[in-house]
Design a protein around this ligand. Structure first.
Ligand SMILES: Cc1ncc(COP(=O)(O)O)c(C=O)c1O
Length: 463
């Protein structure tokens, strides 16, 4: 299918947006004088400029123009309890008042207390903390390469593991034959580009073929059991089981990147719900309780490569295991473990109703839209979703080869047009929707109905 042309609508939306957010626009022009593109994270730098935030509370953010915006991005999926939840901020406030330190350069008891919860809840033997999901996946891959003595790293096309060397291959969809077998950055050593083998998400046959061809050279297979940035799609159970079996057979380390999924579906990792334990798992986002904390957890004999007697430099990091981050993390992990019976069904049910409302808003104007996030035959209520617009409603869209292919799905409509159209309705989404948190409520369904309804009508009128 030839991609739809939305240039006229985009121009119209951009103009109206600039009119409605003048202060954000002004601040953005100023920001560009000192910051590249006016910020430090490209996804946040919405074109033509992002709303500049003054305050964030629960389900909403307030921008510098005074709009109160219902937020479904929720800190890149980090805020499962909403923005600035008292559960975390009050603990931090009290701790600082009682002498809790910022950086100490020592090891606090908080370190092992947080690690104990993580190991208990994930079923992993050991954990080491770092500061970002990107570093966690990089260290996990380093350990896998050292442990196996092999070079090749297999990943899924469209899988985002952060901006680290092996993660920078096979991210973006390229038209042509091998859609994802490319480096997506300049400056990457050629050897790394050549080491990365890209396979298809949820394609068991291709996985078997790749293991047959590269199995003896593969240090690791890293994948998200719930692929986030490129579709919000859960892996099929059979796919993960095959990945586990083939990794074992070929002596390859299986790494689940659960930077998004960890503690999102229950107080543990997604692998447990599938009955498939990886050798290593990477965690970040919501395990930090809104603070920069990440972790690699897994089999003791692999993590011991990072020990004094091992030879993997999963080490350093001035702010690794930062005391305030550990306190936020321990508080969040304890809260989720103790309240999982109420937290997860609540956000799962609310998300199901929001998905239904979004799909209906588009169906009402004759546009087929599908909210992702469910399926896989395993997941309990999923609180994460993107919106895809397959040209053919029969198309299943089981992975990034479809969700990111502009000839299969209307990618521009999902990622760009809808975001701007909804900001004009005081709703903020990423990739069409985002994640539902405990601070969202029944009342937000009505907001969604109206906002998506108006956005859908505007889009329909332009087609
Ligand atoms: C699955 C996955 N892995 C890794 C990362 C990188 O994490 P960070 O942004 O904390 O470096 C992300 C970030 O969005 C992610 O979604």
């Amino acid at each position: 299918m030839k991609p739809r042309d939305h240039s006229r609508l985009l121009k119209e939306l951009t103009k109206e947006y600039a009119r409605r957010f003048p202060e954000s626009n002004r601040l953005h022009q100023r920001a560009k004088q000192s910051l590249i593109d006016g910020g430090s994270h490209s996804l946040r730098l919405i074109d033509p400029f992002p709303p500049r935030i003054r305050e964030a509370r629960g389900p909403r953010i307030t921008d510098e123009d005074g709009h109160s915006i219902l937020d479904f991005w929720q800190g890149h999926h980090a805020n499962i309890l909403g923005h600035n939840p008292a559960v975390i901020t009050e603990v931090l406030r009290d701790a600082f008042a009682a002498g809790q330190s910022l950086q100490t350069g020592f090891v606090e008891q908080l370190h092992s207390e947080t690690a104990e919860i993580l190991c208990r809840q994930t079923g992993m033997q050991r954990v080491r903390f770092t500061t970002s999901g990107s570093l966690a996946t990089m260290y996990a891959i380093l350990m896998a390469r050292a442990y196996t003595g092999r070079d090749r790293v297999m990943k899924v096309g469209g899988g985002w593991h952060g901006a680290q060397p092996w993660g920078l291959v096979g991210i973006e969809y390229h038209n042509g034959k091998n859609h994802f077998q490319f480096s997506d950055t300049d400056g990457l050593p050629v050897a790394i580009e050549q080491e990365v083998v890209v396979t298809r998400f949820n394609d068991t046959q291709m996985l078997a073929d790749h293991f047959r061809r590269y199995g003896s050279e593969l240090a690791c297979f890293i994948l998200e059991p719930f692929i986030g940035a490129s579709g919000g799609i859960p892996a099929d159970r059979e796919y993960l089981q095959t990945a586990r079996n083939l990794s074992e057979k070929h002596g390859t380390i299986l790494i689940f990147d659960e930077v998004i999924a960890g503690f999102r579906f229950h107080a543990g990792i997604l692998g447990q719900l599938y009955g498939v334990q990886p050798d290593l798992v990477t965690l970040a986002k919501l395990i930090g309780g809104g603070m920069p904390l990440a972790a690699v957890a897994g089999r003791q004999e692999i993590l011991e490569l990072a020990s004094h007697s091992g030879h993997v430099r999963f080490s350093g990091g001035t702010y690794s295991g930062h005391p305030a981050c550990l306190l936020a993390s321990k508080t969040m992990l304890s809260y989720l473990s103790e309240n999982q019976k109420s937290v997860y069904p609540y956000i799962g049910d609310l998300a199901a109703r929001i998905r239904e409302t979004v799909e209906k808003a588009f169906a009402n104007v004759g546009i087929y839209a599908r909210c992702t996030g469910t399926g896989g035959g395993t997941l309990p209520g999923s609180s994460i979703s993107t919106v895809v617009f397959p040209y053919d409603p029969e198309h299943l869209c089981k992975g990034p080869e479809e969700t990111l292919n502009p000839h299969v799905c209307d990618v521009q409509l999902a990622n760009r047009i809808l975001q701007l159209a909804l900001l004009l309705e005081d709703v903020h989404v990423m990739h069409g929707l985002g994640s539902i948190c405990t601070a969202h409520s029944e009342a937000d369904i009505g907001v969604v109905e109206e906002a998506y309804g108006r956005a859908a009508q505007r889009i329909k009128a332009s087609l």
